[in-house]
Design a protein. Structure first.
Length: 281
């Protein structure tokens, strides 16, 4: 239930500013209290005041309270706007309530509330724990709405597919990303290379590294480690050594995992001197 604090008399602008300040400082309970005072005291409220309170709940990961607000809005006949719904969807996403997030997203079109890139990204992020089909459906709906995907949209959808073991979808989406103007990030790259390892596509892993180097995408030790592990799985010791030797040029140090993989692949390839060199080094 919405709680009520004794905040004294105030007008709509003063209460709105107070709620906004509580939202920024993540004091969601006090924000709710002030809004309750306004509603019960029949102080005039507008959507911006409610949005500040909903934002406070989102920052506090209080998705259930966010739904209370939406119900209250309907009761006092204040219409939700894009900001209200986007914030509520994000609150559900942070609370792990993906079904609630998608329910809210669906209700926006029914209520003729405008959706935007933030709306779709919030809904896609709610599907990141393996709800890959839902994420793909949202991406398709974005295209129909003539909205362009960005790094968040594609990266999160790729991650959802990878977590669900949908390797072909992961690589297909990464191909879409590479052909678009969207900038790939390190996390998405690492996911794609790990997928190459599972699929046995070591050549594709190297193609990805080369393509991303040309596009100046930032890589890290996880990226190189994943690529070396791909080589280790398919006994591509020459490729593995080439990757390992490129690390100093990238100002990076090998990890224990990548070194172990390198030693293993050298041993399998009969390259004992190389294996001992890295073992002793």
């Amino acid at each position: 239930m919405l709680c009520c604090f004794d905040v004294g008399p105030c007008d709509v602008r003063a209460c709105g500013r107070t709620i906004s300040s509580f939202s920024k400082s993540r004091q969601w309970q006090r924000a709710l209290g002030h809004l309750a005072v306004m509603v019960h005291g029949q102080v005039e409220t507008d959507i911006s005041t409610f949005n500040a309170a909903v934002s406070a709940c989102e920052k506090g990961c209080k998705w259930a309270e966010t739904f209370q607000f939406l119900s209250l809005l309907a009761q006092i006949q204040v219409e939700s706007d894009t900001i209200t719904c986007n914030t509520a969807i994000t609150a559900c996403e942070r609370g792990g309530e993906w079904e609630k997030a998608l329910q809210l997203h669906s209700s926006m079109s029914q209520s003729k509330v405008e959706t935007n890139l933030i709306t779709f990204n919030a809904a896609v992020c709610a599907c990141k724990s393996g709800k890959w089909k839902k994420a793909l459906q949202l991406s398709a709906a974005m295209a129909k709405s003539r909205l362009e995907s960005d790094t968040v949209t594609l990266g999160t959808t790729i991650n959802a597919c990878e977590k669900a073991g949908e390797w072909q979808q992961t690589m297909r989406l990464f191909g879409v990303l590479m052909q678009s103007s969207v900038q790939a990030n390190t996390i998405t790259l690492n996911t794609a290379i790990s997928t190459c390892r599972v699929c046995g596509e070591w050549e594709q892993a190297f193609q990805l590294l080369n393509a991303l180097a040309r596009r100046q995408v930032v890589t890290n030790t996880t990226t190189f480690g994943a690529a070396i592990c791909v080589c280790e799985k398919f006994c591509e010791w020459e490729k593995s050594l080439k990757l390992h030797r490129s690390l100093p040029q990238s100002m990076m140090k090998p990890t224990t995992i990548s070194l172990n993989a390198l030693i293993s692949i050298c041993r399998k390839g009969g390259q004992w001197e190389e294996a001992l060199q890295h073992y002793n080094g």
